[in-house]
Design a protein around this ligand. Sequence first.
Ligand code: ADP
Ligand code: MG
Length: 238
Amino acid sequence: MSFLKLEGIKKTFGDIEVIKGVSFAAEKGEFVVFVGPSGCGKSTLLRMIAGLEDVSDGKLAIENRDVTYEEPAKREVSMVFQSYALYPHMSVFENMAFGLRMNKQPEDQIKARVLEAARILQIEPLLERKPRALSGGQRQRVAIGRSIVRNPKIFLFDEPLSNLDAELRTQMRVEIAKLHHNLGATMVYVTHDQVEAMTLADRIVVLRAGLVEQIGTPTELYDHPANIFVAGFIGSPK
Ligand code: ADP
Ligand code: MG
């Protein structure tokens, strides 16, 4: 049984088909990376999994449940955005608690969950600060913390590190790998960065212009790229 299943997913904006039939299945606990050049449809695909964008055609299932037309909150997925999307007037604590408050969870449970996520991400000393008083890396941790507190079935990441400088990007990449190891959660991660894809992924889905070019482990793609495009993108000299 696959944990997340995409079957012939398509997306049309106006008369332009930007996702042209993507099929893919991820196992529970797998770290899947969607990689491809800018504009190939990575964010659109992720937003459809999250339910933030309607699917034009095809089927989406989580744990064998058809969620194609299910509202985002019921899918139990959570997305970390490139722009962090923190509420500027709220403290770090309140930013992380917000989603739980919306679900009317008891206050002591909310507090316990936020403190646990803050501990995992090592941002406990920052809980009373406002986002403007945080560095880029700290903001990204808060954005990840907001997902962790909700204990989603699937974590979705849309180029979460692309606003960070090179050094911090490497550091956060290692931390995301640790997080995946510690939580054992299913993660779908979008990037246009080959190094991120190769180091984080259990499996990589290479996208080009709304279609899957190849799916495989980093080693499979490196050793046996299906074509020049994959070879060029992943970096092996075919
Ligand atoms: P990526 O994340 O891989 O850079 P996107 O998923 O953002 O790519 O975009 C894929 C294509 O869909 C692009 O050509 C983009 O211009 C187009 N697109 C994305 N969102 C919309 C929208 N809301 N309306 C019209 N076109 C869109
Ligand atoms: Mg994008």
